[in-house]
Design a protein around this ligand. Structure first.
Ligand code: SF4
Length: 414
């Protein structure tokens, strides 16, 4: 399918029943199994990822039906601000164009004063969350992450801080000389609300060796995330696709996430992230030939919805990676969350993403409404936010955490 055909299918294509009847019967049985709420096997997942033609159309429609069964017609988003507080990093990931050597002319690390000013500005613009991630700066003081949390919470006790990837926790714990449990507990007590499940890329050590041989290994990533969940810090879960991985790596990645979720229940959502290649070493050395945006992205989203149910019901699209239009289409192929407003985004932009750094709430709402769905602001952990008593809408099943109504202009929810 070309993107024009994809668009026609999404907006005017046949319903699920017809696509199922046109698909290979064995493939349709896998989709039926997923729609009945049973977990798919790794082998079945592989078949989903290989779908083309009639099978791909049935997969996309089945994912949309599963989304409706899981979470109804609301599409959530969070009003947040990214703070990429340092681009100094020694790790050298081949897929990253954000990092700088500490002596580079454009190396920068935000001071605490700058970070506080960014948080203040975010709150003024209605943010309920700040998302903070940065490079792995070898010159940072041993308890730098804790100290940032303390300063932010002292000034803004109600903002939700979603911060520090498992790679940052890995390095921070070493710098502090503390085991993960003790370190994460200290960060939680200093005000950390949740952690991003980033630095996951693909959870396979051979793939990671090519992407970034100094990055946290699979075992440590699992240990850090599981320990975070155990001390009460929930996290998102992510996957970077569209580089050197093969379909079986994607399936293996999902198997690991499912296994953690069965054990802890700590994942709030899954966010598939397309690899943005233009300015990365991986691309410039000719090691990857990323496919055009469109089919692969929607297939991965649909696959994710079906493979993760019933364990993770929130699948988030990425307007930064896909651009607003394709992100909008992905709402018809399994996604129920539009991510955040961001306000500042430098990691994808450095690699060549051109969707900008900020999407106003009005634009997000309009994109959601354009798909015939209901926009709904959420907290980081998928509680509801209402800025006025009239703003709440009726969504479908499985919302989980309770609805919260705040005074107009309130910025505190978590
Ligand atoms: S992805 Fe993160 S850890 Fe890797 S080089 Fe970039 S900033 Fe450093």
């Amino acid at each position: 399918m070309l993107n024009q055909e994809l668009r026609s299918f999404i907006f005017d294509g046949p319903p699920l029943e017809r696509t199922l009847s046109e698909a290979n019967p064995a493939f349709a049985r896998i989709l039926d199994k997923a729609l009945s709420g049973r977990e798919l096997s790794a082998e079945e997942g592989l078949q989903l990822l290989q779908a083309e033609g009639a099978e791909l159309r049935a997969l996309l429609r089945a994912a949309d039906t599963a989304r409706k069964l899981d979470v109804g017609d609301c599409v959530t988003y969070v009003v947040n601000r990214n703070i990429n507080f340092t681009n100094v990093c020694f790790v050298g990931c081949q897929f990253c164009a954000f990092a700088r050597h500490r002596k580079d002319a454009d190396a920068r690390t935000d001071s605490v004063t700058t970070i506080l000013a960014k948080v203040a500005e975010a709150i003024e613009r209605g943010a309920t969350e700040v998302c903070m991630q940065g490079g792995i700066n070898p010159e940072m003081p041993p308890l730098f992450y804790r100290d940032i949390l303390v300063e932010i919470k002292r000034a803004f006790p109600n903002i939700h801080i979603h911060a520090f990837s498992p790679m940052e926790i890995f390095y921070g714990a070493r710098r502090a000389g503390m085991p993960y449990r003790e370190y994460l507990t200290m960060l939680r007590d200093a005000g950390l609300g949740t952690i991003p499940g980033t630095a996951a890329e693909i959870l396979d050590d051979e793939v990671r060796e090519v992407l970034s041989h100094k990055k946290v290994d699979v075992r440590s990533w699992i240990e850090i995330v599981t320990t975070a969940h155990e001390v009460g810090l929930r996290s998102s879960s992510t996957m970077m696709y569209g580089h050197i991985e093969k379909p079986h790596h994607i399936v293996q990645h999902i198997e690991i996430l499912r296994s953690i979720q069965r054990q802890t229940g700590g994942f709030t959502e899954f966010v598939p992230l397309r690899f943005i290649h233009t300015y990365t070493a991986l691309y410039q050395k000719g090691l990857v030939n990323p496919p055009p945006k469109g089919i692969l992205d929607l297939k991965v989203y649909a696959f994710s919805r079906l493979m993760l149910r019933p364990l993770i019901v929130n699948v988030q699209t990425s307007w930064v990676k896909l651009g607003p239009e394709l992100a909008q289409w992905s709402l018809a192929t399994g996604c129920n969350d539009f991510g955040g407003t961001l306000m500042e985004e430098q990691i994808s932009k450095s690699a060549g993403a051109d969707a900008g750094e900020y999407l106003p709430v009005e634009t997000i709402q309009s994109l959601i409404l354009g798909m015939g769905r209901i926009p709904e602001e959420r907290t980081t952990v998928y509680g509801r936010v209402s800025r006025s008593s009239a703003a709440t809408a009726s969504c479908g099943p499985s919302w989980g955490s309770g609805r919260r109504t705040l005074p107009a202009g309130a910025s505190v929810v978590h």
